[in-house]
Write a protein that binds this ligand. Structure first.
Ligand SMILES: [Zn+2]
Length: 70
C-alpha cells in the first residue's frame, strides 16, 4: 500500500488512539495503524475500522440504558 498524497510505501505501526463518543472517551493503547513515514498520514484497515464502530455503538447503547435507569 502506498500513500495517496506522496506515493511513499506505508508502514504498519501501533499507535494510541482516542475515540470520542457521545459522553465517553475510549483510549486504545495499541491500535494497528498504517502510516506514511514521510507525511505522517494514517489509515486504519477496514477490519479495524469495523471494530471501532462496534465498540462505539456498544458504548452508545450502554449509555442509553444507563440514562434510562437514572
Ligand atoms: Zn505520504
Amino acid at each position: 500500500m502506498t500513500c495517496d498524497l506522496c506515493q511513499t510505501a506505508m508502514e504498519e505501526v501501533k499507535l494510541p488512539k482516542t475515540i470520542k463518543g457521545n459522553g465517553f472517551r475510549i483510549v486504545i493503547e495499541e491500535m494497528p495503524t498504517i502510516r506514511c513515514p514521510k507525511c505522517g498520514d494514517t489509515y486504519y484497515d477496514l477490519e479495524e475500522s469495523e471494530k471501532i464502530r462496534e465498540v462505539v455503538s456498544y458504548f452508545n447503547r450502554r449509555l442509553a440504558c444507563l440514562k434510562k435507569v437514572a
